[in-house]
Every structure is written in C-alpha cells, then in structure tokens.
Write a protein that binds this ligand. Structure first.
Ligand SMILES: Nc1ncnc2c1ncn2[C@@H]1O[C@H](COP(=O)(O)OP(=O)(O)O)[C@@H](O)[C@H]1O
Ligand SMILES: Nc1ccn([C@@H]2O[C@H](COP(=O)(O)O)[C@@H](O)[C@H]2O)c(=O)n1
Length: 211
C-alpha cells in the first residue's frame, strides 16, 4: 500500500483564480488531512537588499523562487515530517522574520504561478492543474487585489504588468499548460470542474486507504 501524501499542483497566471480553486478544494476536504503550500512564500529572501533593489526584481521569473527550499520541504512532508514554512511580505518584497510550523497531512496542495515550470516539483505531483483565465480578466482582478491587499498604486500595477508580468506569463507560465492533467477555465467559480477534481482526489485517497 502506498502511504505517501497526495500532492496536487495548482498553476496558472497571476489573477487566474489559483487561490480560489485551491480554497474550493480545501473547503471540500476540510475536516480531512489537508494543507496548502503557497509558492509565493518561497520567493528568495531579499532582506540583505535595499528597497530600491527589491523593487527592480523580476518576480515572475523562475529564478525569483527558492525552489530548492520548496522541494526540500515537500520531500519532508512526503516523509510525514513537519516543516517551517517561510512567510512572505508583499509590501516589503521579502520574507518576514517569522516562519509557520506546518504539520504533515495526507493531501498537499502546492499553488503558484510557476509550480509546473520546475521539473523536480512536477515529478512530485499526483495531479497537475492549470487555471486558465483570459488576460483581460486576470489584469482586472490583479489590479483590484494588488491595490486593496498588497499596498500597490494603480500606476505601479499597470507598469509592472506591461513590463514584466505579461511577457513573463507568455514566456514561462502559459507554456506549462502542456504539463497539466486538468485545465480549469475561469478559476474557482467553475463548480463543475471543482466537483470533478474532488471526485478524482477522493478516488486517489481511497486507493491509498486514506478514506
Ligand atoms: N471566477 C471568478 N470570477 C470572478 N472573480 C474571481 C473568479 N475567480 C477569482 N476571482 C477573484 O479574482 C481575484 C484573484 O483571484 P485569485 O484566486 O487570488 O487568483 P490567483 O491566486 O491566481 O492570483 C480574487 O479577488 C478573486 O476573488
Ligand atoms: N514582491 C512581490 C512578489 C510577487 N509579486 C507578484 O505576485 C504575483 C504572483 O502572485 P499571484 O497570487 O498573483 O499568483 C506575480 O505575478 C508577481 O508579479 C509582486 O508583485 N511583488
């Protein structure tokens, strides 16, 4: 019997609805053994850099992430060992001093723009999902969210989108769609897709005798 946790990767462009999909899966399995790891929390630490340097970082490039640490943490969780998950501060563009102790669970959702880009991460996943939402909707959602929740101005969101987010999406994120087992259009409000996904996850959990 295979008693390793199930790993589900949820990728997609910024504002596509990855967090909403992840929350829907989490809610469906609430009460079971499930946890979420956000790839964003694994942005490289930039505490040693002055703020003006941090503002120049390309946060949509694969090299912005500390995937080494993320991979190590997933390996530990697969061995049912606890990890100390970093905490990311979007206003300071670096990790905070805090970490969160995360206990291992049977289902692990790993969510982020580039989780399907790294082959080592992909190879750990039992189900790979790409949330596919048109660019016009993604920029509108991001604009609202970044101004309300991440302390950004209108001009900074637009400039970052045109100069970095859009080209990096086309170069690095969109191509990872080909690795996906399931492509979910429109994100977390797609109840049919979420229900189908929940059924598949239940089947895997039953096969592993977790349910
Ligand atoms: N299908 C949808 N329809 C309308 N708004 C949505 C939908 N999916 C997500 N949103 C909203 O768009 C914003 C970005 O969604 P989120 O799930 O955080 O995207 P991501 O994690 O991919 O950046 C959030 O404010 C969320 O509530
Ligand atoms: N300091 C940072 C770090 C990341 N970003 C942007 O976040 C986006 C990824 O998060 P989603 O929840 O939208 O998937 C990514 O596109 C980065 O541009 C940032 O602006 N500042």
């Amino acid at each position: 019997m295979d008693h390793k946790p199930v790993i589900i990767g949820v990728a997609g462009g910024s504002g596509s609805g990855k967090t909403s999909v992840t929350n829907s899966i989490y809610e469906t399995f609430k009460g079971h053994s499930i946890l979420v790891i956000e790839q964003d929390y694994y942005y490289k630490d930039q505490g040693h850099l002055p703020m003006e340097e941090r503002l120049k970082t390309n946060y949509d490039h694969p090299l912005a992430f500390d995937n080494e640490l993320l991979y190590k943490h997933l390996e530990k969780l697969l061995r049912y060992e606890a990890i100390k998950k970093p905490v990311y501060d979007y206003t300071r563009h670096t990790r905070s001093d805090k970490t969160i102790v995360v206990e291992p669970k049977d289902v692990i959702i790993i969510e982020g723009i580039l989780v399907l880009e790294d082959e080592r991460l992909r190879n750990l996943m039992d189900i790979k999902i790409f949330v596919d939402t048109d660019a016009d909707l993604r920029i509108i959602r991001r604009l609202i969210r970044d101004m309300e929740e991440r302390g950004r101005s209108f001009d900074s969101v637009i400039s970052q989108y045109l100069n970095v987010v859009r080209p990096m999406h086309n170069q690095f994120i969109e191509p990872t769609k080909r690795y996906a087992d399931i492509i979910i259009p429109e994100g977390g409000h797609n109840h049919v897709a979420i229900d189908l996904l929940a059924t598949k996850i239940k089947t895997i959990l039953e096969q592993k005798s977790f349910l």
